[in-house]
Write a new protein. Structure first.
Length: 188
């Protein structure tokens, strides 16, 4: 059974939490929220895209190496992990103090990926491996559009199986993401 909490409860828990997962679909604001939390809480930020999954030139890191890197990071005492990857939740959830699950309407996530692409065309975003410039494709847009239907059931199953006592705060808009950061106060 999932332990659902409010934004105010999440903010209170964040004051002492040392290991936080920020999950959700592409374009939902995960990286922005995770980085904002990191600067406010002085907890190290880890982008799974950059540190675990991607190598320069949009090459995927070999799975065994990616899992070894993830295990090393998860074993650390303090982190804010930005990335969903339902298949790695069994490694991450048992060590987590809090899950922030971003679940905005799919049009909002589409807007997020499209505006990011327009802003960064030809450049790699900081939370992505070097040499991985922003790109967009029909398949990627379809993935974003269908994320809630295709990925969220597996995320919920993993939370129930590997993190049943880990509090989960569902954030349904960028406004709620900003509300959480505002409750925590200014950056350090």
């Amino acid at each position: 059974m999932t332990v659902s909490i409010t934004i105010d409860e999440a903010a209170e828990l964040l004051r002492t939490a040392e290991r936080v997962l920020v999950i959700g679909g592409s374009g939902s604001g995960k990286s922005t929220l995770a980085q904002g939390l990191s600067t406010r809480l002085a907890v190290p930020y880890v982008s799974m895209d950059r540190e675990i999954f991607w190598l320069p030139g949009w090459h995927t890191r070999p799975r065994a190496e990616a899992l070894a890197r993830l295990q090393t990071i998860v074993a650390q005492e303090r982190w804010i992990l930005d990335g969903t990857s339902p298949g790695t939740l069994p490694l991450r959830l048992p060590r987590s103090h809090l899950v922030l699950w971003l679940r905005p309407p799919r049009w909002m996530s589409l807007y997020g990926v499209l505006s990011r692409w327009l802003k960064l065309r030809g450049q790699s975003r900081p939370e992505m491996a070097d040499g991985c410039p922003e790109r967009i494709s029909r398949d990627f847009l379809s993935y974003v559009w269908n994320f809630e239907r295709t990925e969220s059931p597996e995320i919920a199953e993993n939370i129930a199986a590997y993190g049943p006592y880990v509090p989960v705060c569902v954030l349904k808009s960028r406004h709620q993401n900003q509300q959480l950061l505002a409750i925590l106060g200014p950056k350090y």
